[in-house]
Design a protein around this ligand. Structure first.
Ligand code: NAP
Length: 258
């Protein structure tokens, strides 16, 4: 049975991705900081779907996190066939007011750990000529985000990195999919201080629907997919709109001010 490793599996989109993989009869390795939540999910999925679930509680926003996670996988003899880089966070704050530590942690989790973990797990997949990588970016990847400058930039990195890697790996037996959700009902908005932001009031999808879309896109081997018709239209429209106007609209959507 193939095994999927999901980062950020204790809540939101990652938790729902866990359900998608479990329903597809894949074994799981669930990673996040909240051990209790991961263990509760593992117990439920094992019982409901009869799969094997391992839990690794770890802070992935540290410099050595990916290496430590890889070492744990080796020690426990866990082979990863599907890597889902989902853990991430944002913060709705002017950059000049943001703590440096928060900015660097966001870059570490959203970019560096994702990149390092992919680099560490890829050789095994290539040697087996079988594997899939699913990176969760965002519609934020397609535009600059005033009041969330660092978060939007991290997601632009995830989009660019993933699409390039998908191209490099064509014909190798390993696929890379980058999935771009728009606003989604999870714990994300609270942590980012943007539950009241117009974008969450106008059009937010459920984590379950987003996870189902991401899972399908990955299984089809699609290089890039955007969640939902509304988000697809929105991103298409940004191609036809001047950059200054995109910035103004994004600012209004994130903090209600243009
Ligand atoms: N919700 C949205 O509107 C939205 C839109 C577009 C893209 N996304 C992206 O979707 C992904 C999942 O977010 P979500 O909406 O599902 O948010 P969420 O409910 O807040 O879930 C985030 C997950 O990441 C884990 N995590 C956070 N910091 C971590 C750390 N330092 N080390 C290890 N794990 C950590 C959390 O677990 P612990 O707290 O237990 O560590 C949790 O499992 C993120 O990459 C986010 O950028 C979300």
């Amino acid at each position: 049975m193939a095994t999927a490793l999901i980062t950020g599996a204790s809540s939101g989109i990652g938790l729902e991705l866990g359900r998608q993989f479990a329903a597809g009869k894949h074994d799981l390795v669930l990673v996040a900081r909240s051990r209790d939540k991961l263990q509760a999910l593992a117990d439920r999925l094992q019982q409901e779907f009869g799969i094997k679930v391992d839990v690794i509680a770890m802070d992935l926003a540290t410099e050595d996190a990916a290496a430590a996670l890889y070492a744990t996988l080796q020690q426990q003899n866990l082979q990863v066939d599907y890597l889902v880089n989902n853990a991430g966070f944002g913060n709705n704050i002017m950059f000049a007011e943001m703590q440096s530590e928060d900015a660097l942690q966001m870059i570490q989790l959203n970019i560096s750990t994702l990149t390092h973990l992919t680099r560490l797990l890829l050789p095994g997949m290539l040697a087996r000529r079988h594997g899939r990588v699913l990176n969760i970016a965002s519609t934020a990847a397609f535009m600059p985000g005033p009041t969330q400058a660092v978060y939007f930039a991290t997601k632009a990195y995830v989009l660019s990195f993933s699409e390039a890697l998908a191209d490099e790996l064509a014909g190798s037996g390993v696929t890379v999919t980058v999935y771009c959700p728009g606003p989604t009902h999870t714990g994300f908005a609270d942590r980012a201080h943007m539950s009241e932001a117009p974008m969450f009031k106008l059009n937010a999808m459920s984590a379950e629907v987003v996870a189902r879309g991401a899972y399908r896109a990955m299984m089809r081997g699609q290089s890039m997919a955007i969640a939902g018709l509304f988000n697809n239209l929105l991103i298409f429209s940004t191609r036809l709109t001047p950059r200054w106007l995109v910035r103004k609209i994004t600012r209004w959507l994130t903090d209600g001010r243009a």
